[in-house]
Design a protein around this ligand. Structure first.
Ligand SMILES: [Zn+2]
Length: 362
């Protein structure tokens, strides 16, 4: 695929596809909107998604001429989002922040959690899913902020074992607190060493997740949140090194009209996309975050503008997240009518020229 082309995939729950198959005109509407396939929710921390149902969804989509990739929510999103409640397994635990508080609905990435996710990928391989994308809950920190991770006693002990030379300096989580601030300026060399070591440790877990859930025959991908980086355990270059063919999704945020309509937020969106793309490499393995959240919150017109902006950044795989929240025919009318404009919009934004682009007028 070259940069003058584009394709569109859409996220959908299995039930959405099954309902769609029974709804006259639904598949046709998706096809006419230039959607070529679906990311079907195939794993979440509740483990309640039935493989037989996924098999049925895969079959139906295939018959209708759509691609079907899997999408999984392995760790759990922060409280307040419409994330499923999870089932606990031995070897899973809720991530704890620097205050020692549980971060509701978010697990730490542990070997057992990785093993459980890998088992699901093996099932998806049998069903015939050619790719699996992990949603952007796959991280060890919340959006923005300081350096994070899991500061529970077990994880601190793992850190000390992995870096014995630094162990005497990390007797408790309080010893880490001074090195975690977002802006590292002013830290001593010693403090910077500890900070880097902690980010290496935290990131190594997410990287291990990606490496160990990669199963031959199923492409593995990670979705990165807006401005997601090593503070949150997301080390994109390390992931690429561990898994050279890795698929990525950039982080954009601005899921509703209120945030998207502020010019500074559109700039922030573009900057995050361009920074991520620079680290992720081949654009043919990179997807957008064209999300409407919550239901209908980003209007069809602003979704159109968002996709144009994504195209200006050089993205050509568009990922609509997800069709349940694009709950009006106007979205699909917009996709039909704007497809030509999307195709014609080539890459023009770079990190170097961002300041010269008028995000107010756009
Ligand atoms: Zn922990």
């Amino acid at each position: 695929m070259n940069r003058n082309q584009m394709d569109i995939m859409a996220c959908a729950a299995p039930d959405t596809v099954l309902e769609g198959a029974k709804t006259p005109g639904w598949m046709k509407r998706m096809r006419e909107s230039h959607i070529r396939g679906f990311f079907v929710t195939a794993y979440d921390v509740s483990e309640e998604i039935d493989p037989e149902k996924l098999s049925e969804v895969k079959r139906i989509l295939g018959e209708e001429g759509f691609d079907a990739f899997g999408i999984g929510l392995p760790v759990g999103h922060p409280a307040g989002l419409d994330t499923p409640r999870y089932t606990f397994h031995e070897g899973w635990h809720i991530r704890r922040d620097i205050e020692g508080r549980e971060t509701p609905w978010q697990n730490a990435v542990t070997p057992r959690l990785i093993e459980d996710a890998r088992k699901r990928v093996l099932i998806l391989k049998e069903i015939g899913f050619p790719a699996m994308f992990w949603d952007d809950d796959l991280r060890m920190g919340n959006h923005e902020g300081d350096v994070q991770g899991c500061f529970c006693e077990a994880c601190l002990e793992d850190f000390r074992e992995s870096r014995p030379e630094l162990a005497p300096r990390v007797r408790s989580r309080e010893d880490l607190r001074p090195v975690l601030k977002k802006d590292p300026r002013g830290l001593s060399e010693e403090a910077l060493t500890l900070r880097e070591a902690w980010m290496d440790f935290t990131s190594s877990r997410v990287t291990a997740f990606m490496r160990e859930t990669a199963v031959e025959g199923v492409k593995n991908g990670i979705m990165v949140m807006h401005n997601g980086d090593r503070r949150h355990g997301i080390d994109i270059p390390a992931i690429r090194k561990a898994l050279p063919g890795c698929l990525f999704r950039v982080g954009e945020l601005m899921f509703d009209d209120k945030s998207f309509e502020k010019p500074e937020n559109r700039r922030s969106l573009a900057e995050s996309v361009l920074r991520h793309m620079a680290l992720m490499g081949d654009p043919d393995r990179i997807w957008s975050e064209s999300t409407v959240y919550p239901h209908g919150a980003l209007s069809p017109e602003n979704l159109r503008r968002k996709i144009v902006l994504e195209r200006k950044c050089g993205l050509f795989h568009i990922n609509l997240m997800g069709v349940e929240r694009m709950n009006s025919p106007a979205y699909y009318k917009m996709l039909r009518e704007s497809y030509g404009e999307f195709l014609e919009t080539g890459p023009s934004l770079t990190l170097e020229n961002l300041d010269r682009f008028d995000f107010g007028a756009f």
